[in-house]
Ligand binder design. Structure first.
Ligand SMILES: Cc1cc2nc3c(=O)[nH]c(=O)nc-3n(C[C@H](O)[C@H](O)[C@H](O)COP(=O)(O)O)c2cc1C
Length: 348
C-alpha cells in the first residue's frame, strides 16, 4: 500500500514540506489515546533474537533511524513506535541556525536516492535539551549527533563540539561526532588528522571527568580514501573512541541512472540511498576486517532492501540505520528487516 498509494501521494510535495507535515501530524496524531499502542502493535517486532548488546547498551533490535530525520529531537518517541530500536537525534549545533536556502532536499527516484544540502538546520542545543527531557519509551536508545555552527571557523570548532557534548551528556545514551557532512563549508577538513585529534582528544578528556561513561562514535564520509580511513581508525583507537558510524552522504555522482541534466540542475549536496549502498558496505567490511571485528560499527548508507540490511550486518556492522530507505519503503520497512532476522534465527 505504501509503495503504490501512499508514496506517490507523498512524493507530490517537496521532501522538506512532507517532512514537516509528517512531524507535525505525528505529534498531534500520537496524542490520541490508543494510537501509540496501536502503532506499536502493527509495526514493532519484539523478539529475544533481535536483542543486542552494543557498547554496554541493550538494543531491542539492530535497526535505528539515522541522524538528520529528527534533528530537533521532536518525534523520537513516535518514531520508536514504528519499530526503530534507536533514534539518532541531530545534528545538533550550539546555536540554532536556519541552514542553507531552500530548496535543499531533492528526490532522484530513478536511483532510489536523495540529494540534500540542508546545512545543519536545527534549533540549537538548548531547544534539543528541552525536548530530550521528555519521558522516553521503554527500551528506546537515543543517540546525540553533534556538529559545529556553520559560522564557527574550523579553528574554533572544538569548542562547539564540546558545548554540545557537555550540554547533551545527561540526556543521550551515545554520541556521534559528525565531521563528515558535505554541506557545511570546509567541515570535511576536520576529518584530517589535526582536526580529528583536536576534537576527539578533547571529548575524551571531558568524558574522563564525567561521573558516568557515555560511548562516543565517529561518523565518517564515504568519500574517504583508504589512507584516510586507516588514519581515522588509528585516531579513534588512540583516543579510546568507542566506534565508527559508516557512512554519511557522498559528493560523488558517478554511475547515476538519473539524467545528467537533472543531477546538474540539483547541484551541490550529499547523495544518499541506492547510489551509496555498495560504498558504505565496502567501508564497513574494510574497517571490520582491518580491526579484526573489534571496533564497534554502526552501518548506514543505502540500506534499501532487507538484503542490504543483512549484508551490512554480515559485513561487520552490529547495528544498522536507515534514512533514505525509510522514505522509499515506508513504515513497514523496519519490521520486514526484523522479521528476516528472526526467520534466519540470528542471535546477535
Ligand atoms: C535530508 C537528510 C538530512 C541529513 N542530515 C544529517 C545530519 O544532520 N547529520 C548526520 O550525521 N547525517 C545526516 N544525514 C545523513 C544520514 O544520517 C545517513 O548517514 C545518510 O543519508 C546515508 O544513509 P541512507 O542512504 O539510509 O540515507 C542526512 C541525510 C538526509 C537524506
Amino acid at each position: 500500500m505504501y509503495r503504490y498509494i501512499i508514496r506517490p501521494i507523498l512524493f507530490l510535495l517537496s521532501p522538506e514540506s512532507i517532512h514537516h507535515l509528517l512531524v507535525g501530524f505525528l505529534k498531534i496524531f500520537f496524542r490520541i489515546p490508543g494510537i501509540p499502542g496501536l502503532t506499536r502493535c502493527v509495526y514493532q517486532k519484539k523478539h529475544h533474537l533481535l536483542e543486542i548488546d552494543f557498547l554496554g547498551m541493550k538494543f531491542s533490535s539492530p535497526v535505528g533511524l539515522a541522524a538528520g530525520f529528527d534533528k530537533n529531537a521532536l518525534v523520537y518517541n513516535e518514531f520508536s513506535d514504528f519499530g526503530f530500536s534507536h533514534i539518532e537525534v541531530g545534528t545538533v549545533t550550539p546555536k540554532g541556525q536556519p541552514g542553507n536556502p531552500k530548496p535543499r532536499s531533492f528526490r532522484i527516484p530513478a536511483d532510489k536516492g536523495l540529494i540534500n544540502r540542508m546545512g545543519f538546520n536545527n534549533e540549537g542545543l538548548d531547544a534539543a535539551i528541552i525536548q530530550l527531557k521528555k519521558k522516553r519509551r521503554t527500551d528506546l536508545i537515543v543517540g546525540g549527533n553533534i556538529g559545529k555552527n556553520t559560522l564557527t571557523p574550523n579553528a574554533e570548532a572544538v569548542e562547539d563540539y564540546e558545548k554540545c557534548f557537555v550540554g547533551l551528556y545527561p540526556h543521550v545514551d551515545y554520541f556521534v561526532v559528525n565531521v563528515s557532512c558535505p554541506n557545511i563549508t570546509d567541515l570535511h577538513e576536520l576529518q584530517d588528522q589535526d582536526g580529528l585529534e583536536a576534537i576527539l582528544g578533547r571529548l575524551a578528556i571531558v568524558r574522563a571527568q564525567m561521573s558516568n561513561y557515555i560511548p562516543i562514535l565517529l561518523k565518517i564520509s564515504p568519500d574517504l580514501n583508504k589512507g584516510q580511513i586507516d588514519a581515522s581508525v588509528e585516531i579513534v583507537e588512540k583516543f579510546g573512541i568507542d566506534g565508527i558510524v559508516a557512512t554519511n552522504t557522498t559528493v560523488n555522482r558517478d554511475g547515476l541512472k538519473t539524467s545528467p541534466e537533472k543531477v546538474k540542475s540539483i547541484a551541490n549536496g550529499g547523495l544518499s540511498g541506492g547510489p551509496i549502498t555498495k560504498r558504505s558496505l565496502e567501508m564497513v567490511r574494510y574497517i571490520s576486517e582491518k580491526t579484526g571485528g573489534k571496533l564497534p560499527i554502526i552501518g548506514v548508507g543505502g540500506i534499501l532492501t532487507v538484503e542490504d540490511a543483512l549484508n551490512m550486518l554480515d559485513a561487520g556492522a552490529t547495528l544498522i540505520q536507515v534514512y533514505t530507505g525509510f522514505i522509499y519503503n515506508g513504515p513497514g520497512f523496519m519490521q520486514k528487516i526484523n522479521k528476516a532476522l528472526i526467520n534466519q534465527g540470528r542471535s546477535n
